[in-house]
Design a protein around this ligand. Structure first.
Ligand code: NAD
Ligand code: DAU
Length: 349
């Protein structure tokens, strides 16, 4: 089995590449990634010499390049994670999100369709999406697979649009697709623009912790390793044309999460209790900030037997320990050092 994983140098993608290489020694894994600011080959150092692993630097917005890549390789499956993923950046530059997330996904669908030529036996196109396509919940209820799409940010609108194209290619051309919509991930190798790694880094450096609005927004947090396991199960056993929600049944208001994180950090850094929380600074709210996300993942549990493996308290502690013992990784991504290395290696494109 030869699988193309897009966005494999990013946060979740690197965990998925690692998971598949370790769990399926007979598979060949090609990781296609543009290495944007969010892509970092250091995320895959422990598997890069695996003979079944290959890295290709390339851009999913380049349709001709993808057609050629699919012509040169017989991919049995695609697991598509490459995307612009940060909501705040989508507010600053929406167009980039349309180009990468919508056009990039359509280009990949076209390349898979051209390569598979209607012979879909044993083939699968798996699109990794987000719970943000469903919009925002009030204080009650959960997102199910039947919840109507109602995206609010340019990021979630672009992901919703790409989901619709994936379903349209299934319904129109018969491509065997599967989609999953997952809640907020946390864990090692997450770029420190997202809440948890940003705040860990700021606490270490005694910098302010910018809490948007009143910190009352709620997110449903899932350990990234559990997401990779869910992706494995859905890739192998999910029904073609179906959607699966993935979540940790683990809702936290931002401010409660931040207080927990501050307590863990005080303990690990040997600082007096309450020291990190003094860094909390309330700032202007994110425009269009969704109030609450919460996932009902009972379909995935019932039909495919997946459940999260770890409590949030344990997962967060492991995550803090990882960032504290990988200060070099954090320095490299905050200073942009890893990007200079790619420019030397691949040229500046
Ligand atoms: P990330 O930003 O860490 O990684 C994205 C990767 O895609 C990077 O390696 C980047 O270089 C690559 N990429 C970007 N544009 C590209 C292009 N034009 N061509 C090729 N590669 C390109 O993102 P992440 O947080 O790991 O998210 C991965 C996927 O999972 C995304 O599709 C995202 O929408 C989805 N998702 C993320 C979360 C989360 O909490 N982070 C939750 C649910 C779903
Ligand atoms: O729900 C899944 C989504 O989770 C993914 O699809 C996205 O790719 C991923 O980025 C994430 O989106 P969020 O916007 O929820 O994640 P972020 O870490 O940016 O923010 C989490 C919450 O914390 C959100 O309510 C905004 C708030 N926040 C975030 C930052 C970066 C702050 O209060 N301060 C901050 O500095």
């Amino acid at each position: 089995m030869h699988i193309l994983i897009t966005g494999g140098a990013g946060f979740i993608g690197s965990h998925v590449v690692r998971h598949f290489l370790k769990s399926y020694p007979s598979y060949t894994i090609t990781n296609l990634d543009k290495l944007t600011y969010a892509g970092n080959l250091a995320n895959l150092r422990d598997v890069e010499s695996n003979p079944n692993y290959r890295f290709v630097r390339g851009d999913i917005t380049d349709g001709d390049f993808l057609l050629q890549l699919f012509q040169e390789n017989q991919f049995d499956g695609v697991i598509h994670l490459a995307a612009e993923s940060h909501v705040d950046r989508s507010i600053a530059n929406p167009t980039e999100f349309v180009v990468t997330n919508v056009l990039g996904t359509v280009n990949l669908l076209n390349a898979a369709r051209a390569s598979w030529q209607s012979d879909y036996e044993g083939k699968r196109f798996y699109h990794i999406s987000t719970d943000e396509v469903y919009g925002s919940l009030g204080s009650e209820g959960l997102f199910t697979e039947e919840t109507s799409y109602d995206p609010h940010s340019p990021y979630s609108a672009s992901k919703a649009s790409s989901d619709h194209f994936v379903r349209a290619y299934h319904d129109t051309f018969g491509i065997p697709v599967v989609i999953s919509n997952c809640s907020n991930n946390y864990g090692s190798f997450q770029f420190p623009e997202k809440l948890i790694p940003l705040f860990i880094n700021n606490i270490v450096n005694r910098k302010p912790l910018p809490v948007y609005g009143k910190g009352e927004n709620i997110r449903d947090w899932l350990w990234v390793v559990d997401h990779a396991q869910a992706i494995d199960v859905i890739f192998h056993q999910g029904k073609s044309g179906e959607t699966y929600n993935i979540g940790g049944h683990n809702e936290w208001s931002n401010i409660d999460l931040i207080r927990l994180l501050c307590r863990i950090m005080d303990g690990k850094l040997g600082r007096p209790s309450g020291e990190s929380e003094k860094l909390v600074t309330y700032v202007t709210d994110r425009a269009g900030h969704d109030l609450r996300y919460a996932i009902d993942s009972s379909k995935l549990q019932r039909e495919l037997g997946w459940v999260p493996s770890i409590s949030f308290e344990k997962g967060l502690e492991l995550t803090v320990e990882w960032y504290l013992s990988n200060a070099e990784w954090l320095d490299d991504v905050t200073s942009g050092g890893y990007q200079r290395y790619y420019e030397e290696m691949y040229g500046n494109r």
